[in-house]
Write a protein that binds this ligand. Structure first.
Ligand SMILES: Cc1cc2nc3c(=O)[nH]c(=O)nc-3n(C[C@H](O)[C@H](O)[C@H](O)COP(=O)(O)OP(=O)(O)OC[C@H]3O[C@@H](n4cnc5c(N)ncnc54)[C@H](O)[C@@H]3O)c2cc1C
Ligand code: FES
Length: 508
């Protein structure tokens, strides 16, 4: 098994202390009743809860683990309305008027983050930066030029540049000025601390299992029940299946490495490439120097087992392009990509009056989820919002797009194929140290992992969401579901939704 370089942790989580909010069970009062319960404390949930409280609502924010340690604690954290290449396609697909709403709402979200940092004096390494999408080949250059034209047409701060401060040649780039970057967990921890009090709460280590709509709604966890007039589900992928969001988007996993670099070696700005194998690049302050973050190697969750290779490819790129000597961190995470690249924000289904969702941020959730918080705050306080229709979560979904058919077929193929493939081995002896393997033991499908010390960890291989067979992820030592992106530890604990129940464990 190849040894990966650097600490296997997100720099954002590693460089902040634990937050220590109580769990619901340790609450010392008789039940919790609020105006709005928000399930999931990432960028979407914390922003929504904070803005709702500021608008005069009482809120309860319920988090399965620790606030800001999900996707938002593992992101690249560029806060920008430059979403690689999107505007030329949006104009083509949904027309100029709607594309303009997408542009304006995301640009407004960038300014909302900046305003909150200023108003609340949040110490989160916030800095204004230019964002760039660069082409390295003439072939990709025309897309970049189309994007510049579309972005200018929509009123965004865009221009074409032929060069950038990267240590390798480029063919050209679209530049958005006055965008931003920050330390996401410092930002989220500060906002979360402002929520409790005056009838509002933040609960950690409280995994919500079910939500029942009613008057009031009941938000049910193993730690107790919260009552609320309205509920917002911000669990990245909604834990409630009714809206079929797991089928209207697909989970994409992507990898990041962090490596110390001197300010002289560092590029100036935030960058993302184009074409196959694109890289995402930015720096952040790091003990008097800078930490260079390089991301990429994205793939659909559960579609790869040899995930060490993803990190190795990023490391080779860092050494080759930036001449770095050693890697300090490596981590990975995933996000839901909606088939039309537009997030779903609004009612869970047309039949729900009190349950709302925000999902499908398509790897641009720093601005998209801030925008979701702004929009949801308006919806729940009865204010008109011009973006509501564009992001309407109950809109007709473009299942008909060739890409979505392919993604859905991939799920279907896994559903059928997983039941037929590779479960023929039926002895734990087949599992070598450091290896994870699917087995059939006593007629049951089992995921078995033998750790480096030789100890076996065996769990049911059937995902507790909708019953797909999970797949081993060698770098993260996890069981990942190829159907809708659910992930479990080698001990069976839920790491990422939509499942809310752990995998059954087996005594070996
Ligand atoms: C590799 C990568 C890089 C990215 N880089 C950028 C970037 O540079 N700029 C950008 O704009 N976007 C970026 N994104 C996207 C962005 O990070 C995400 O869109 C955003 O963080 C999603 O926030 P969230 O609140 O939906 O999810 P999360 O942060 O995951 O929050 C959801 C929370 O819900 C909790 N939860 C789950 N189930 C339950 C339950 N049953 N009960 C209670 N709580 C529960 C989870 O523990 C979690 O804390 C990137 C994404 C990836 C994958
Ligand atoms: S995540 Fe849906 S079946 Fe596993």
């Amino acid at each position: 098994m190849p040894q990966l370089s650097g600490k296997p942790a997100s720099y954002w989580v590693d460089s902040t202390s634990t937050s220590n909010f109580p769990s619901l069970v340790s609450a010392t009062f008789d039940g919790v009743s609020v105006d709005v319960a928000i399930v999931g404390a990432g960028m979407a949930g914390i922003t929504t809860a904070f803005l709702l409280k500021r608008a005069g609502k009482t809120v309860a924010l319920l988090e399965a683990k620790e606030i800001g340690t999900g996707v938002s604690g593992h992101t690249t954290a560029k806060v920008t309305s430059l979403h690689q290449l999107i505007y030329a396609n949006l104009i083509k697909d949904i027309g100029e008027q709607k594309a303009k709403l997408y542009a304006q709402s995301n640009q407004a979200a960038v300014e909302q983050v900046a305003a909150l940092v200023q108003e609340e004096q949040i110490d989160c390494d916030f800095s204004r930066q230019s964002a760039y999408t660069f082409a390295e080949t003439e072939e990709n250059l025309s897309q970049v030029k189309d994007e510049v034209e579309a972005a200018v047409q929509l009123g965004l701060p865009a221009s074409f540049v032929a060069t950038a401060s990267l240590p390798f040649p480029i063919a050209g780039a679209v530049q958005f000025t006055n965008q931003a970057q920050f330390h996401p967990r410092k930002y989220l921890a500060h906002l979360a601390k402002l929520i409790p009090g005056d009838g509002s709460y933040v609960f950690e280590n409280t995994r919500v299992q079910q939500v029942e709509e009613g008057d009031p709604c009941q938000i049910i966890s193993q730690q107790g029940v919260v009552h609320a007039k309205d509920v917002v589900i911000t669990t990245n992928v909604p834990i409630l299946d009714q809206g079929l969001f797991f089928a209207k988007s697909y989970p994409k996993r992507s990898y990041i490495i962090g490596t110390r670099i001197t300010p002289e070696q560092a590029p100036d700005g935030m960058f993302i490439g184009t074409g196959e194998g694109y890289r995402s690049i930015r720096t952040t302050p790091y003990n008097g120097d800078l930490l260079l973050l390089i991301g990429g190697e994205g793939h659909k969750v559960g579609s790869r087992s040899d995930t060490e290779e993803c990190y190795q490819n990023l490391e080779a790129y860092a050494r080759d392009r930036f001449g770095v000597q050693s890697i300090d961190y490596h981590w990975s995470t995933q996000d839901m990509v909606s088939f039309d690249k537009i997030p779903y924000i609004g009612k869970l289904t047309p039949f729900n009056n009190h349950i709302y969702v925000a999902t499908g941020f398509s790897l641009w959730g720093m601005s998209n989820s801030t925008m979701a918080g702004m929009l949801l705050s308006d919806l729940l306080t009865g204010n008109e919002n011009p973006w509501a229709e564009l992001y309407d979560s109950t809109r007709a979904t473009p299942f008909v797009k060739p890409t979505s058919i392919k993604e859905n077929m991939d799920v279907g193929i896994h559903w059928v194929g997983d039941r037929l493939k590779g479960l023929q081995d039926n002895s734990f002896d087949e599992v070598a140290a450091g290896e994870g393997k699917l087995l059939t033991i006593g007629g049951k499908k089992v995921g078995a992992y033998r750790d480096d010390a030789g100890e076996l960890h065996a769990v049911s291989a059937t995902c507790t969401h909708l019953g797909c067979i999970v797949n081993w992820n060698s770098a993260e030592k996890s069981w990942d579901c190829p159907c809708h992106g659910g992930r479990f530890s080698c001990e069976g604990e839920v790491l990422h939704g939509p499942p809310v129940k752990d995998l059954e464990t087996y005594e070996v």
